[in-house]
Write a protein that binds this ligand. Structure first.
Ligand SMILES: Cc1cc2nc3c(=O)[nH]c(=O)nc-3n(C[C@H](O)[C@H](O)[C@H](O)COP(=O)(O)OP(=O)(O)OC[C@H]3O[C@@H](n4cnc5c(N)ncnc54)[C@H](O)[C@@H]3O)c2cc1C
Length: 459
């Protein structure tokens, strides 16, 4: 049987694969996606004037790969003006004001207040140290001089766990710290000290500078990219194996229940790391070990429509960290639609997302969606009491490969992880500091390297 032949195959239709395929759109490129939709961990659903966020929802600055893709695709960025670092602990919600004031404002016993001051100082010092190497790691705009992403970081902090860097603390403070780590789908004991200090420390000290939503949700970008690529995207086509020789790559996949082979000059593999590890044949030992090193924590997410008819006390909040409960975060996705001056009438209704990550998400594995819904609604009502009786339609999403938080020693494997293997290029959020911006950038870098090779440029 004669196999189809293309210049490039892209495997995986998350933002990394879509960004790669879009950058190769002038060439003969085909993207194969296992699921029946593209977007991967960018997942949202329209809900009247609002939208339900079940995956990525925050973009960074207007100069970033995702913001550029938004501009190219006509997706509208909405500045998030709401508070990003509200904290709920022991029955009290603390909002606004500097995080330095939290030890005095959170409802904590005296020993925990003192411990929070000490831990906060340690975290701030470690954040300062890790930030020397890189600013705005997850939403920043970076250009690389090499052909694939490199990352900078503090090797000594990266060799230790985040728990070890921060040292012992009061249990109430530990609950707060776990909330920060669970937001990144990890636990402090398993997280790189550099990564935790940089990302959790950054969220704690400043929230996210210059954050944006997309009107309709981030899926507006992935949907527009998919529409542009049209029938060059094949969904419901899981890749089974990818091998190469001097002449090109050979992809084995299933489509409509039948196995087929696709040939191409080059491939971009843009699946999560464990899938890439499983699919690509004959990987060099260091590359295989690097892919094995990448750990993803899980999330359980519930997005809900709310049915209020009057302004809500949380209209000016975007993110609430929740300590000591199953849910660890509540996001008010409707915040970007609210007028901070209060002069425009406030539209009725809203949309909230609550999620949990890491061990707390693992603990929900045996629970039904109905049980999760009941538990999450009870906890949202506890943190934001004004939502009682106002939570309408809900969606539950479980992410097994939620987020590739860094484990200790992550800096050491960067080159092996990001380096292409012959004609096979690796893209995805795991090849850099994880989030949509680096994922999109990694896809675009893979496309650039392939375009050079197709055009006969030896560099
Ligand atoms: C709940 C949640 C909240 C988040 N919040 C944010 C946020 O606010 N801001 C932000 O920037 N980031 C956020 N992230 C992270 C962000 O979603 C990811 O970093 C990014 O979407 C990863 O894109 P990707 O293309 O690398 O991977 P993915 O989106 O995982 O795409 C990989 C694709 O490969 C496909 N695939 C898998 N196996 C195969 C196979 N065998 N053959 C073919 N295809 C296959 C998958 O179906 C998937 O579509 C969040 C993530 C989650 C889960």
């Amino acid at each position: 049987m004669k196999a189809d032949r293309h210049e490039v195959v892209v495997i995986g239709g998350g933002i990394a694969g879509l960004a790669a395929a879009a950058a190769l759109a002038e060439r003969d490129v085909v993207l194969f996606e296992a699921a029946d939709r593209v977007g991967g961990r960018v997942l949202c659903e329209a809900a009247g004037d609002y939208w339900l966020n079940l995956g990525a929802h925050i973009l960074g600055k207007t100069e970033s790969p995702m913001a550029r893709l938004a501009a190219e695709t006509g997706a509208e960025l909405l500045p998030i003006r709401g508070h990003m670092a509200a904290v709920w602990a022991n029955g009290r919600l603390v909002r606004h004001g500097k995080v330095e004031s939290y030890p005095f404002r959170l409802k904590l016993p005296l020993a925990a207040r003192l411990s929070l001051i000490r831990t906060g100082l340690r975290l701030r010092a470690a954040n300062k140290r890790s930030s020397r190497h890189i600013q705005d790691p997850i939403h920043g705009d970076r250009s690389f001089t090499g052909p694939y992403p490199s990352v900078a970081g503090d090797g000594a902090l990266d060799a230790r766990s985040f728990a070890d860097v921060l040292g012992p603390m009061h249990p109430d403070v530990e609950a707060l710290l776990r909330t920060g780590c669970n937001r990144l789908s990890g636990e402090p004991e398993a997280m790189s000290g550099h990564f935790g200090s940089l990302i959790v420390g950054g969220l704690w000290s400043s929230g996210i500078r210059s954050a944006h939503s997309v009107r309709g949700g981030m899926g507006a970008i992935t949907d527009a990219l998919a529409a542009r690529l049209g029938n060059r995207i094949v969904t419901g086509a899981p890749a089974l194996g990818l091998e190469q020789d001097g002449a090109g790559v050979r992809l084995r996949l299933t489509r409509d229940g039948a196995e087929e082979t696709i040939l191409a000059d080059h491939a971009v593999i843009a699946t999560p790391a464990p899938v890439a590890r499983h699919i690509v044949a004959d990987l060099p030992a260091d590359k295989a070990a690097a892919l094995d090193h990448v750990a993803y924590g899980p999330y359980v997410v519930m997005a809900a429509v709310t049915t209020e008819t009057t302004p809500m006390p949380y209209d000016d909040l975007y993110a609430v960290a929740v300590a000591g409960r199953t849910i660890t975060m509540i996001f008010n996705g409707a915040n970007a639609l609210r007028d901070p001056s209060g002069s425009a009438p406030r539209a009725p209704g809203g949309a909230l997302t609550a999620y949990t990550g890491a061990d707390k998400a693992r603990a929900l594995a045996g629970r039904s969606d109905d049980e999760i819904r009941a538990l999450f609604i009870e906890e949202i009502n506890e943190v934001l009491p004004e939502t009682k009786g106002l939570i309408g339609e809900t969606r539950i999403q479980r992410w097994e490969h939620g987020y590739p938080y860094w484990r200790p020693g992550r800096l050491d494997i960067q080159d092996a992880l990001a380096r292409p293997f012959g004609r096979i290029h690796f893209a995805g959020d795991y090849v850099e500091y994880p989030s949509t911006d680096p994922a999109a950038r990694s896809g675009q870098m893979a496309a650039r390297a392939i375009l050079s090779a197709l055009d006969g440029d030896p560099t």
